[in-house]
Design a protein around this ligand. Structure first.
Ligand SMILES: Nc1ncnc2c1ncn2[C@@H]1O[C@H](COP(=O)(O)OP(=O)(O)OP(=O)(O)O)[C@@H](O)[C@H]1O
Ligand SMILES: [Mg+2]
Length: 226
């Protein structure tokens, strides 16, 4: 028998129908506690839709997602941010701490430590006082990942966390993901990053809303690219 730990995330017959377009078509998945799962597949395969449903920000048309009592942090692929939003980078990262108790609670020392640590790990501490809207795309992406880390959630859901970043920033994000796993988090990423795929215990290939291959076949096929 397999000594697989009991799954943290259980997905059954998950279907998302966008008015005739099946973005997800009866997806079944078990995601093990503490694992790193990478979702791969072509544009339009349903990867972001799957992550959104796992994050609880999109309702499925049918089927179920069970995450038990675990808290979730979600970093979307593209965050729509108003250019006029009067928030500093630190404010944006601090939103991650609200998830724990709501925006009306004062941040405590452990929240501030989590915010500082996330900004240092992603090398954005020097940007802390700048308006978020003034950042470049890659810098924004790092700030949003820092927000996700600040949440200290049981499940971290990241949509393309290294796409479009320079090599050093991508490496920092991978290191931050590895540290989250050390903390005990279960991490699910949408990514085409070969290094992230090599680190993953589980690779799920989506195509036209269906799971084509779940596992190590995908990783094995890509390993020489490393
Ligand atoms: N809000 C929406 N309304 C209608 N159709 C949508 C919506 N969001 C996604 N879709 C459709 O659902 C399918 C899956 O989209 P999704 O964004 O999940 O793909 P993806 O695998 O993340 O693609 P990419 O690699 O480009 O990010 C696509 O056909 C897309 O056009
Ligand atoms: Mg996507």
């Amino acid at each position: 028998m397999d000594a697989m730990p009991s799954p943290t995330i259980v997905v059954r017959a998950l279907t998302v129908d966008f008015g005739g377009t099946l973005a997800l078509d009866r997806v079944d998945l078990d995601i093990a506690a503490g694992s790193l799962t990478v979702i791969v597949g072509p544009n339009g395969a349903g990867k972001s839709t799957l992550l959104e449903v796992l994050a609880g920000v999109r309702e499925p048309s049918a089927g179920s997602v069970d995450v038990g009592t675990h808290s979730r942090a979600f970093v979307p692929q593209r965050a729509a941010v108003s250019e006029h939003l009067p928030l500093t980078v630190r404010d944006v990262v601090s939103v991650g701490a609200w998830g724990r108790a709501g925006p009306l609670r004062r941040l405590d020392a452990s929240d501030r430590a989590a915010i500082d640590s996330a900004m240092e790990r992603l090398d954005i501490a020097a940007l802390a006082r700048l308006p978020f809207a003034s950042l470049s795309g890659g810098q924004r992406q790092r700030a949003l990942l820092a927000q996700g880390l600040t949440r200290r959630a049981g499940i971290l859901l990241l949509d393309e966390p290294t796409t479009g970043l320079d090599a050093a920033s991508a490496e920092r994000n991978r290191a931050a993901i590895a540290q989250e796993r050390t903390r005990g988090a279960t991490v699910v990423c949408v990514s085409h990053d070969d290094r992230l795929i090599s680190d993953a215990g589980h690779v799920v290939q989506l195509d036209a809303g269906r799971v084509r291959a779940a596992l190590d076949e995908v990783r094995a096929a890509r390993e020489p690219a490393r």
